[in-house]
Design a protein around this ligand. Structure first.
Ligand SMILES: [Zn+2]
Length: 329
């Protein structure tokens, strides 16, 4: 199952809003097939594993990180394929929490005489697809709050240079953006930075670009306006973040990346809406070249993150700390 989880991870960033799933097929104590869900809309892990089998999977045991689907989605149901292949036993890490499956996959397999075992590495499997599980259970999305700061806590600079973080960090941000279905900023970020808010290079699936703030302040000819026909932009006038999230949830947006600026990030933190916090800190002290400091609650969260992060990674001289809200309680 651990190997299946490792395989599943390879799909992160390409399969969302689907869950990342991995699958291993074992016969006579040997792995005869492996597969994972590679891309949204493409074949599921089970199908890829069955296809990869070097010998007949009849009588084999299948390890899957999630309950197999039993509905006709973008691809035919996996339960059919598993039954047809003659799999003898299915070991799944965790049940699929969505209404479309929700235990029905296991039932169909059992009815067909296949032995089913669940709960192996369940915690790891739930963690791997935490946004998917949260959304399925609560209809609320996974909110990632991300910011970059200088060593002395500034969020912007006055010396004409655009960035605080280095190019390796910014490349990493593109990876995070790839997983999400929406990127959210405040109107001031649009006015001051004229951001693109896209995934680069364009992989054909761009997140919805969401801006909070008054339309009357909207800057003419900004990049978002120029590209709005190609990649939609959604502007919310209201200040109630919960309402905004509910509206985005109705668009089946499962993960939102909040990119700032200070005011918007502070609101999300104050209202306790962040599931995950990611902070890039550069090695540079800006001093008098600094503009806009991290707010008190941002600093508080950053200090907590330093003591209790779930991952720490260096990008050149920049350091990225990632933490989950559950770590903070
Ligand atoms: Zn499936």
């Amino acid at each position: 199952m651990k190997l299946a989880l490792e395989l599943a991870k390879k799909g992160l960033g390409s399969v969302e809003p689907n869950p990342a799933v991995g699958c291993i097929i074992i016969k006579n104590n040997k792995i005869i097939g492996t597969g994972f869900h590679k891309k949204f809309g493409s074949a599921h892990a089970e199908i890829n594993a069955l296809k990869s089998c070097k010998k007949s999977p009849a009588g084999a045991t299948m390890y899957i990180t999630l309950e197999p689907c039993c509905h006709l989605g973008k691809t035919p149901p996996c339960t059919n394929a598993i039954i047809k292949a003659g799999i003898k036993k299915v070991v799944a890490a965790v049940g699929d929490p969505t209404g479309k499956v929700g235990g029905k996959g296991f039932k169909i397999l059992k009815k067909a005489g296949i032995e089913v075992e669940t709960g192996i590495c369940q915690k790891e499997a739930e963690k791997l697809n935490a946004p998917f599980f949260k959304f399925a259970k609560t209809k609320k999305q996974w909110v990632i709050v991300k910011w970059a700061q200088s060593k002395d806590g500034f969020l912007a600079r006055t010396d004409g240079k655009r960035w605080l973080s280095n190019s390796a960090s910014r490349k990493d941000v593109q990876k995070i953006r790839k997983k999400t279905q929406a990127i959210l900023v405040g109107i001031n970020t649009v006015i001051e930075d004229n951001p693109k808010l896209t995934v680069r290079p364009d992989n054909g699936r761009q997140p919805l670009r969401v801006v909070l703030g008054s339309k009357s302040k909207w800057p003419k000819n900004c990049y978002l306006s120029k590209t709005a026909k190609k990649w939609p932009v959604c502007v919310f006038n209201g200040r109630n973040l919960n309402d905004v999230l509910i509206k985005l949830g109705k668009k089946t947006i499962q993960q939102v990346l909040v990119e700032g600026g200070q005011k918007v990030i502070t609101s999300f933190l104050k209202q306790n809406l962040a599931d995950e916090i990611i902070v890039y800190t550069s090695n540079e002290k800006l001093g008098s070249k600094g503009k806009v400091k991290s707010s008190q609650i941002m600093m508080k969260n950053y200090n907590r993150l330093k003591k209790n992060y779930s991952s720490k990674k260096s990008f050149g001289k920049d350091i990225r700390l990632t933490g989950l809200r559950t770590n903070h309680q």
